[in-house]
Design a binder for this molecule. Structure first.
Ligand SMILES: [Zn+2]
Length: 574
């Protein structure tokens, strides 16, 4: 059994010392470091943080032959069974939920970035040992195996283990008898008074949200035997990463203290917690097993993320922690964001899923015109699916529960065709409709589905003429951040990064000063600078466009629609 020892040494040096010990299993042995971590679909080349690799066999240094940027071969002829020691260091200076960070305040490690896979040992148990400063504590979502040690079932479970270490406070609670731990790292700041005062309420709300997730899945208990929440509470930030038995959350301190921010936080908790079923255990076949060394095209990420993003908004409500009006407001904002994304006319939902590695995770200032997020459109299609299924007396929750029973609980990966079959089993016409919604650029009849539950989308036109650009005031000047495809700014020859200098001879300094009073069709002389050269162009305003959409209750909705709405908001079938 390989033993992995992590020594934090002096955390101020940001260097994690790693040793891997095992008996030589075969004469030729390959070592590889993962290039990405599941749940975050980007090749990160973690090897760029690895240094000082050396191997000792018995008491002899062993030559290492590099096969690729993140793979090596050891030639160990005649040494099978001898003790093998693999040593290296990992620089831990990147703070995110999928990278490694070590300093005097804490340590956080995504083990995909840390542990070498030893050829032939992927499915062997791995023992994990950690040495850390004496006043720190290690939070490890693995079964303990003696003092300062833990046991992973195999390399995959080890890689799926996020580690948080520090002088942190933690708390425990249970969900349906399953032990849960919560640990917060509060950035570099001292514990906030707000968090001290609200800690019991927050933990109670997290517990209620977790219980709501179990009810949604029709499960008497969580899918994991024990669960760890790791929260990085920073000045700002938002995100999470799911694991089988844990999740890592990052959230802004100020945002958590507002009513909207707190509700969004519980939605994030629900999202990552729900992933212990959807995507971790109820997993696409393309990720069964996971290839850690190259990008893997997954056509059904819309299901893994879109369905989860839709459901997470309901869970604080079904847990009794938010109101129906707040949910409608949240859904309306998502629908508005979707309808105002021009890229939905360019990229289909399936393509968005398949291109995650090179589009969503590598979005630039032009992305909004050429792509649509599978989280966002996936959630819109989830809403449509839920309302469509309700016309047949079923619901999205029924489909996800059935997929769990058929695939997830047995560890069987699903193909996209399995998803289509599961939806068609509840509503036969989805066999035809759903492939269109995945592949086509057009939208389902959103207005018709929303009318089923007495709701309507209302457009809110902008107050001013449309210029087709977004600018930001920097100390250096007014910089163009976005230029809409086919818009007035594009026609005027503007590009992202241009510095806007003057409009009709007047110096531009504030973002608002660009708007001024324009009437549609009016042209004004714009002076701007690109790559150090000052240029002049004519910018012609267009008619105001829709500025936002809102989801509103239809006052004319009848009793049946209101009853359907009540059922829909509970997530339960009619
Ligand atoms: Zn997610």
């Amino acid at each position: 059994m390989p033993t992995v020892c992590l020594d934090l040494g002096d955390p101020q040096r940001h260097l994690l010392a790693v040793t891997l010990e095992l008996a030589v299993p075969r004469p030729q042995l390959r070592l590889r470091l993962p290039a990405w971590t599941p749940g975050s679909y980007l090749i990160r080349d973690y090897v760029r943080h690895l240094e000082g690799l050396e191997v000792v066999c018995g008491d002899q240094p062993c030559p290492i032959r590099r096969l690729g940027p993140a793979s090596w071969q050891l030639d160990l002829d005649g040494r099978v069974g001898a003790p093998l020691l693999i040593r290296y260091r990992v620089m831990a200076t990147e703070l995110s939920v999928r990278t490694c960070h070590l300093d005097g305040d804490h340590g956080f490690f995504a083990l995909a970035a840390v542990v070498l896979e030893v050829e032939g040992e992927r499915w062997s148990p791995h023992r994990l040992e950690i040495r850390h400063p004496s006043d720190w504590q290690a939070f490890v979502p693995l079964p303990p195996s003696g003092e300062g040690a833990w046991l992973a079932r195999d390399f995959d479970q080890l890689i799926d283990t996020p580690l948080e270490l520090g002088p942190h406070r933690s708390a425990s609670f249970s969900v349906a008898g399953v032990p849960h731990r919560w640990v917060t790292w509060e950035g570099a700041a001292a514990s906030t008074d707000w968090l001290k005062r609200h800690r019991p309420t927050l933990l109670g709300d997290v517990q209620a949200t977790a219980e709501a997730c179990c009810r949604l899945m029709g499960a008497p208990a969580p899918a994991s035997d024990a669960y760890l929440f790791i929260l990085h509470l920073l000045d700002e930030g938002y995100g999470g990463l799911e694991h089988d038995n844990s999740c890592v959350l990052v959230y802004g301190r100020a945002s958590l203290q507002t009513a909207d921010g707190y509700r969004k936080f519980l939605q994030l908790v629900a999202h990552e917690y729900l992933h212990q079923w959807n995507v971790r255990r109820l997993r696409p076949a393309e990720l069964t097993p996971i290839n850690y060394h190259q990008a893997v095209v997954v056509p059904s990420l819309w299901f893994a993320e879109g369905i989860t993003s839709y459901l997470d908004q309901f869970l604080p409500l079904t847990a009794g922690l938010s109101s129906e009006l707040e949910l409608l407001d949240d859904l309306g904002k998502d629908l508005s964001r979707y309808l105002l994304t021009p890229g939905r006319q360019v990229q289909s939902l399936r393509d968005s899923s398949q291109e995650a590695w090179v589009k969503l995770y590598r979005a630039d200032a032009y992305a909004g015109d050429s792509q649509v997020s599978y989280y966002l459109k996936g959630a819109v299609i989830a809403l449509v699916l839920d309302l469509h299924l309700r016309r047949q007396g079923s619901a999205l929750s029924v489909v996800i529960r059935q997929l769990w029973q058929q695939f997830g609980r047995w560890g069987r990966g699903y193909q996209e065709s399995d998803l289509l079959a599961a939806f068609a089993a509840e509503a036969a016409d989805l066999e035809t409709l759903l492939p269109h919604w995945l592949q086509d650029l057009g939208d389902p009849d959103l207005a018709g589905y929303l009318a089923d539950v007495g709701l309507k989308l209302v457009s809110q036109p902008s107050q001013s003429a449309w210029l087709g650009l977004t600018v930001k005031a920097e100390p250096s000047g007014l910089l163009v951040q976005r230029v809409h495809r086919h818009g007035p700014a594009e026609q005027a020859g503007l590009a992202v990064g241009d510095e806007l200098l003057a409009l009709d001879g007047e110096r531009l300094r504030q973002a608002d000063s660009l708007k001024g009073v324009w009437s549609p069709g009016q042209s004004r002389e714009l002076l701007f600078c690109r790559r150090g050269r000052v240029r002049c162009s004519s910018l012609t305003a267009a008619a105001p466009v829709v500025g936002a959409w809102s989801l509103e209750q239809d006052p004319g909705a009848g009793t049946p629609a209101l009853e359907r709405r009540r059922q829909w908001l509970s997530l339960l079938p009619i």
